[in-house]
Design a protein around this ligand. Sequence first.
Ligand code: NDP
Length: 306
Amino acid sequence: MSIAIISPGRNPKVWIDALKKHQPDLDIQVYPDINRPNEVEMALLWQHPPGYLSNFPNLKLISSLGAGVDHILSDPAVPESMPIVRIVDEKLTWSMTNYVVTGVLNFHRQITRYQADQKRKVWDMSNPEIPVKVGVMGVGALGGDVLDKLHYMGFPVFGLGFTEKRGFPYPYFSRDRMGDFLSEINVLICLLPLTPETEGILNLELFKKCNPGTYLINVARGKHLIEEDLIPALDKGYLSGAMLDVYRKEPLPEEHPFWGESRILCTPHIASVTNPEAASPQIIENFRRLKSNLDLLNIVDREKGY
Ligand code: NDP
């Protein structure tokens, strides 16, 4: 019984070391050198080649090597009945929250503006703080922590989710109340999973409904944003700026207009990178639970797609 790591283009050694540290006798096979496919019962995936899983007749469990599972669910070769688990851990959450808080503070304290002023030797003391009301789309493992930390820092926060929720600690809107949600806020953070319903959700129609000058932070998936709509939304003043970590095509192509756009702060999908040390215990625990036929941790709801 073995685990396969299928993560093309990434160094698997850090994962092997971290998994073996927690269970030294673990049998691990690594793509592309998997020569005992019949023995693979659990696959750890990040951007696997579509269709590749059909090589494993005894596969019983798939684990994403990150929080998102869109890269797995988009592969039609993944059987409907196959359980899928994902990574939820404190380190991943901590890094994501720190990234988002940086973006909110950058807007609130206008760091980009002061950097530009410094270059031009401008001493401008006007409007040093922009009042901020933060809306988080997606109030799950990551979005929930972002709300907590920003609330703790004293910012008014608002959440938007898929289902109705009672007793949510902050003003909360289910997805059919998007307009009401947007009317409350001037910082919009996307921490949604990528599903057929959320793909393209950040588009010109939505930006038109935002309070003028809203600041956008997209840390979820590139396909949430209709990229061609962003610069027009900035030009029209619906948005005043954006911080993006994810793009439709990664790496961001050299000719992409976002590179040269001073109103958009781009980072290369690093908001929160899974830490193998932190994530390995839950992977090993799920492997153990699989063997013992116990409930799995962090299981994905296949119907909802996250
Ligand atoms: P969760 O599954 O824990 O949370 C998802 C949230 O989205 C839930 O609150 C859910 O609502 C809500 N939601 C789902 N569909 C809709 C919809 N149609 N409308 C409104 N709300 C919806 O996900 P995580 O917090 O763990 O991760 C979020 C995403 O962050 C990942 O899917 C991934 O794409 C991205 N990510 C990006 C990283 C980076 O480095 N840039 C790193 C890690 C993750 P409900 O609570 O009602 O079910």
